[in-house]
Design a protein around this ligand. Structure first.
Ligand code: FMN
Length: 341
């Protein structure tokens, strides 16, 4: 595998036109997690504007991609300013995954990530996602095939085990995936059987990190800049990946950067910044989707975006009952005036 892959770059990590894969992990990046129906181009852009160093697309079904399915193809479109972004794929058939990785590569992502961590029964039960953790040897062989098929770096995102093993397979697996040519590993520090319940145990990321020389990214329950720093300090990992906390609070990426780079706590967003983010997200979602759908998909973020504002519950309620963009913008303007008064 060649290590000298030059990547187009427009990120807070550096201003140069290109950088090798390893440079992505130099500054201990704060990474936006792949999240289905969340980490789309619009959300990636707003997280990047608030400090996300690297983004990963929501997972793309390898089968859908090979069938030429429109949704799968749309998820892989990376605009020139949507960089560095990795494309994540999932599937249960090694040869089909390798073929899908080849298609993903054509979109010039920063790297191709293979999902070996999705626990939902309709995915894991069919051998894709965390289903691979039931047979680590098969996972390693699959990864080797994908690595050998594409020239971009290939990474894996997985969990500590399927559950409930006594000794989690992740440590041995990390070593074997590195031997297979995988260039970085993201570890969601729960078993597949835990889903999102219970606490993430970052000590497994530390153990895995101690046996490999590739970058390891710690993931699970990072909800604040202090959590991110603690996760990095405790594990020695090379980056943090943030999922659910970003849905409510995309400012978290900037807060992490401020704490890691300058040891300072970033001031929380002002009421005006909170309302401006609602407006920005609504406008971008409506511009890239239909008005009805664009307004609807923005709603899942409102509780977090409006948190702490005087009258947040009533602003949210007004927005939830409004289906038009113009109506939502009017509500935001009115509430902005009320809060400024
Ligand atoms: C709505 C949602 C969708 C997700 N979709 C994906 C996905 O497409 N690919 C993936 O690897 N993980 C996916 N995940 C898992 C997250 O990437 C992450 O591993 C998990 O939420 C733990 O991190 P957190 O505690 O920071 O949320 C998803 C999680 C959520 C909440």
């Amino acid at each position: 595998m060649s290590l000298a892959v030059d990547l187009p770059l427009a990120s807070p990590l550096g201003a140069s036109a290109s950088q090798p894969f390893e440079a992505l992990f130099k500054a201990r990046p704060a990474i936006l997690a792949p999240m289905e129906d969340v980490s789309d181009a619009v959300f990636r852009a707003l997280c990047r504007r608030r400090g996300a160093d690297l983004c990963v697309t929501e997972f793309v079904n390898a089968e859908g991609l090979l069938r030429g399915c429109r949704t799968a193809k749309r998820k892989m479109v990376l605009e020139p300013d949507d960089r560095p972004t990795a494309i994540q794929i999932y599937g249960s058939d090694p040869a089909r995954l390798a073929e899908a990785a080849r298609i993903a590569e054509a979109a010039r992502p920063a790297f191709v990530d293979i999902n070996c961590g999705c626990w939902v029964p309709k995915i894991a039960g069919r051998g894709a996602g965390a289903g691979w953790l039931r047979n680590p040897a098969a996972m390693v062989e699959m990864a080797k095939l994908v690595v050998g098929t594409v020239s971009l770096p290939v990474t894996v995102k997985t969990r500590i085990g399927y559950g409930p093993e006594n000794e989690m397979p992740i440590v041995d697996l990390a070593r074997r995936l590195e031997d297979a040519g995988v260039r970085a590993l993201t570890i969601h520090c729960r078993t597949a059987q835990m889903g999102h319940s219970g606490a993430a145990d970052w000590s497994w990321a530390a153990k895995a990190k101690s046996v490999v020389s590739i970058p390891v990214i710690v993931n699970g329950d990072i909800k604040s800049a202090a959590d991110a720093k603690r996760a990095l300090d405790e594990t020695g990992c090379d980056g943090v990946m943030i999922g659910r906390a970003a849905i409510d609070h995309p400012w978290l990426f900037g807060e992490v950067r401020q704490l890691l780079d300058h040891g300072v706590e970033q001031a929380p967003p002002t009421p005006a910044e909170r309302l401006a983010l609602c407006r920005e997200h609504l406008l971008a979602n409506v511009a890239t989707r239909t008005e009805t759908y664009g307004v609807k998909v923005t709603r899942r973020h409102l509780t977090g975006y409006l948190r702490g504002l005087r009258g947040a519950a009533s602003i949210r309620k007004r927005l939830l009952f409004c289906d038009s963009l113009a109506g939502c913008l009017e509500i935001l303007a009115e509430e902005g005036e009320r809060l400024a008064a």
